[in-house]
Write a protein that binds this ligand. Structure first.
Ligand code: GLU
Length: 446
């Protein structure tokens, strides 16, 4: 395969959500694996709704996911290209002026439906004579422009869905240019795909019908038709579609909640694929797992609990070197010994803060079993404390008190940490140290 050129094409009208991340990752990782180019195309032709802060947030999200684009293109810089393409289509008789108002179209649509006809645009505007158009223009009407579809079936070998067919005879001629001269998404996307040499269009299956229309536009403009891969969409756990507008599970909120980008990426890529969903730390490995032909046709459920679990599994295996800077920024000291002691108890790296505060204190000890705690004080092992201290100490306490198992360990844990759960005390104990431990066993906040 020649090096592919792909693009992720969000409109900067909101924050990206996990479903957008799926599209972005499938594009970026496929390009990276095949030595290709990953373009971020900002579909900002809607000048009202597109916002520079959303464009910046999109770039930030991609960097966070570790898939910074190779090239960034803004559609708002390219209006002259779209105008030129529209003129060519007009000259070729494929783009025609229409003057119907929204109300007229709605009225016709209802009439068709009531007669049991499909509500397709009837191409009445094609039959307007020049003087009729002139009259409408004289009344101040401005045209919108429709693409004249070839009424035939369009098919393409979809990398996900296999051979795909759409019968364009069942579609209305799509409006490409609005009355105010602004462009709908359909034409600019094709113009850019042609001019940027896009080889693979990888996007959600909500675009399947657009693809048939766009293939006709590629052909009308004499451009090379790219390959298409329409992946399934993600829904919420209750089956609703994700929406950028509603701010569903924005990547920013996941980042701010302290999730690892690799956990988000693993879920976004692997859910609804043939691969088991699991945490994949190395993004090159994740790229290797992408297989368009095995992406499910059914929508895939994004479950936030599953994401938390993936994140936890990933955190449990992070080395100290991988988190040292973040721990320092969180004010967590204790070095590698502390990290190794607590990491398997964490759901997020930032949870280390809580366990560091338990080590460093002050905590409020809970004295549940006076006798065990008194014995523990009496048998407090001499310094220095090591990983072996806990075993020696609890052995001695077993002998002294006759308590064992939970009856021994829980009172010690409650007194030493103020909590009934947590990392193994064998590892925490040397970090807490004899001085603090002694005071906690006295019931003092230390
Ligand atoms: N702006 C379009 C969208 O976000 C792009 C679709 C495409 O990839 O062509 O749905």
């Amino acid at each position: 395969m020649n090096a592919p050129i792909v693009r992720f094409a969000p409109s900067p009208t909101g924050l990206l959500h996990i479903g957008n991340a799926r599209t972005a990752l499938l594009n970026a990782l496929f390009a990276r694996r095949e030595g290709g180019t990953f373009i971020l195309r900002l579909d900002d032709t809607d000048l009202e709704r597109s916002k520079p802060e959303y464009a910046a947030a999109i770039e930030e999200d991609l960097r966070w996911l570790k898939i910074p684009p190779d090239v960034v293109v803004r559609q708002s810089d390219r209006f002259d290209r779209y105008r030129a393409a529209a003129e060519r289509l007009k000259a070729a008789g494929r783009l025609y002026a229409c003057y119907e108002t929204a109300e007229e179209l709605e009225y016709r649509r209802k009439r068709q439906l009531s007669r049991g006809l499909p509500p397709i645009y009837d191409r009445a505007a094609l039959r307007l004579a020049a003087d009729e158009k002139a009259k409408l223009e004289a009344q101040g009407r401005r045209p919108h422009w429709r693409f004249l579809l070839d009424h035939r079936a369009v098919s393409w070998p979809d990398l996900v869905r296999g051979e795909a067919h759409v019968d364009c005879a069942s579609l209305s001629d799509p409006v490409l240019v609005r009355e105010d001269g602004s462009y709908l998404y359909t034409l600019p996307s094709v113009v850019d795909d042609i001019e940027l040499g896009v080889t693979h269009v990888i996007r959600g299956e909500d675009h399947v019908t657009n693809t048939a229309v766009q293939i006709q536009i590629f052909e009308a403009l004499g451009g090379a038709v790219p390959r298409f891969a329409h992946h399934n969409l993600l829904t919420t756990a209750s089956g609703e579609g994700l929406s950028k507008r509603l701010g569903h599970l924005s990547l920013r909120s996941l980042r701010e909640a302290g999730l690892e980008p690799e956990a988000v990426a693993s879920l976004a890529v692997l859910v609804g694929s043939a691969e088991a969903v699991r945490p994949v730390k190395d993004i090159r490995e994740l790229a290797r797992l992408i297989d368009f032909s095995h992406i499910s046709r059914a929508p895939a459920k994004f479950d936030e609990t599953e994401l938390q679990q993936l994140n936890a599994r990933l955190v449990h295996e992070l080395s100290f070197a991988e988190v040292a800077d973040r721990l320092a920024a969180l004010g967590v000291r204790g070095g590698e010994a502390f990290w190794l002691a607590v990491r398997t108890n964490l759901s997020k790296v930032s949870d280390a803060v809580e366990w560091w505060s338990v080590v460093e204190g002050p905590i409020t000890p809970v004295i549940q079993d006076e006798a065990v705690v008194r014995a523990a004080r009496q048998h407090l092992p001499p310094p220095p404390w090591t990983e072996a201290t806990w075993k020696a100490w609890t052995e001695a306490l077993k002998q002294a008190t006759g308590a064992k198992g939970r009856a021994l360990f829980m009172p010690l844990r409650l007194a030493l940490t103020g909590r009934d759960h947590g990392p193994e005390l064998a590892h925490l104990l040397p970090l807490i140290g004899p001085e603090r431990a002694g005071r906690r066993l006295m019931g003092e906040a230390a």
